[in-house]
Design a protein around this ligand. Sequence first.
Ligand SMILES: Cc1cc2nc3c(=O)[nH]c(=O)nc-3n(C[C@H](O)[C@H](O)[C@H](O)COP(=O)(O)O)c2cc1C
Length: 178
Amino acid sequence: MAVVKLFYGSTNGNTQSAAHLIKAALGDLLSDVNNIAVASTRDLQDADVLILGVSTWERGALQRDWAHFLPQMDGLDLRGKKVALFGLGDAKAFSGLFVNALRILHDTARERGAEIIGAWPADGYDFAYSAALEGDHFVGLVIDEENQSDLTVDRVGRWAALLRPYLTGRAANDEVIG
Ligand SMILES: Cc1cc2nc3c(=O)[nH]c(=O)nc-3n(C[C@H](O)[C@H](O)[C@H](O)COP(=O)(O)O)c2cc1C
């Protein structure tokens, strides 16, 4: 079975809480949940699938622990690995910079050779601009605890269902799943 690991960076705990909801939704399919603040590149390297969670801070920037870790990703080879992303942001207070950090992490993982999975429809979010958009989808799951916390559990559950075939190796035809 694929080794699936989750890494998150979280300043006030929202991304950490989302990480644990994802763990609850995926159960044994997810080996462990890790704080990027105390992780090493070797921890990331030995997984087949990485689930990476980040909040956006400082006007569109990466959460601080991810910002510290990012230079280490230069030496990481993610070829042959799948990466799913989730991002926390505030669509009302930061409507013009909504979950921009998700884009930074996405582009870094893709540049390192990863296959990105888990794009998420942007329907139902009210914001002016997000760098994390590709067409009508975000590059990963988006969670807004400030304005739509009532939707979080449902969103996580549906996203976990989307990822599940990739984690069990049953996504033989990516076009059908994606
Ligand atoms: C000072 C500050 C700056 C923020 N900047 C952004 C931003 O640029 N874009 C965004 O979508 N959310 C922004 N947010 C909202 C956070 O991303 C949101 O509160 C998130 O849930 C925090 O998650 P964490 O507790 O895991 O760090 C900001 C929040 C604060 C307090």
